[in-house]
Design a protein around this ligand. Structure first.
Ligand code: F6R
Length: 242
């Protein structure tokens, strides 16, 4: 794993946006795996700036990791709205294909299967991840086993509490989500995970330097050959200098 520690989230966002921009520039029909949440906001700000002539996006496909179940795409806290607001609506040319799981699908099992087929048809060149305080990636929550495929997940209490900051209260946070499984994440050619702030310091140390365990889903990234962990000083605080 490569570890990059930046002074500010802005610098970290710029570094990561540059990595994505290179893929968009040089890879024919690039496929970007994208995440939502506070950690990726500076990345999308910089990516919009770096790709403002728009041409880079013309042949691109984006595949998001997850979506809440039960929120309409137009709901202010749906991940569809997040992506439109922070990225897609700000681009001159939209990506050729934009995929985000449909958390309102009547048949959720069919939606999960359909999403896996989309990922099989579009192997991911670069996957962006955040990390939950409990070590989740996508919404693969800590458990005694992890699902390899796209699935419906019951969100853990700590995830609901942590995401309550985006809602009026924790009661409004959906209890379930659709998430891609660990297979889709680990099959991406390259992975960049972003984490900022002291609240992530503990889980980052356990992800990078601890055992590979299903109750720390992000520790699975130790098994991938090309992972970069992008941090600030606060989230890197519990890593040894080596
Ligand atoms: C969201 C996602 C989640 C978040 C994680 C961190 O698409 O996949 O794994 O990346 O919950 O969220 P923030 O960045 O808000 O702390």
């Amino acid at each position: 794993m490569k570890i990059r520690v930046f002074e500010t989230m802005h610098d970290a966002g710029l570094y990561t946006a540059t990595c994505l921009e290179q893929v968009l520039q040089y890879q024919p029909n690039p496929v970007l795996g994208l995440a939502t949440g506070g950690s990726v906001v500076p990345l999308y700000e910089q990516l919009v700036r770096l790709t403002d002539d728009g041409s880079e996006w013309a042949g691109a496909t984006t595949i998001n990791l997850d979506e809440y179940i039960g929120l309409a795409p137009s709901h202010p806290q749906s991940y569809r709205r997040f992506m439109d607001h922070h990225l897609f609506n700000k681009l001159h040319d939209k990506p050729h294909h934009i995929y985000i799981p449909n958390g309102n699908a009547l048949d959720l099992a069919a939606e999960c299967e359909k999403y896996d087929q989309i990922i099989r048809n579009h192997p991911i060149d670069i996957q962006i991840l955040g990390i939950g305080v409990n070590g989740h990636i996508g919404f693969n929550e800590p458990d005694s086993l992890l699902q390899s495929r796209t699935h419906v997940v019951k969100l853990r209490e700590e995830t609901i509490e942590s995401n309550a900051r985006f809602f009026a209260s924790s009661d409004e946070v959906p209890r379930k989500a659709i998430t891609v499984g660990v297979q889709a994440i680990l099959q991406a050619k390259r992975i960049i995970l972003l984490a900022f702030g002291e609240a992530k310091a503990d889980i980052i140390a356990r992800t990078i330097a601890g055992e590979v365990r299903t109750d720390i889903p992000a520790s699975m990234l130790q098994l991938h050959a090309d992972v970069t962990i992008v941090l600030d000083a606060a989230s890197a605080k519990r890593l040894s200098k080596r």
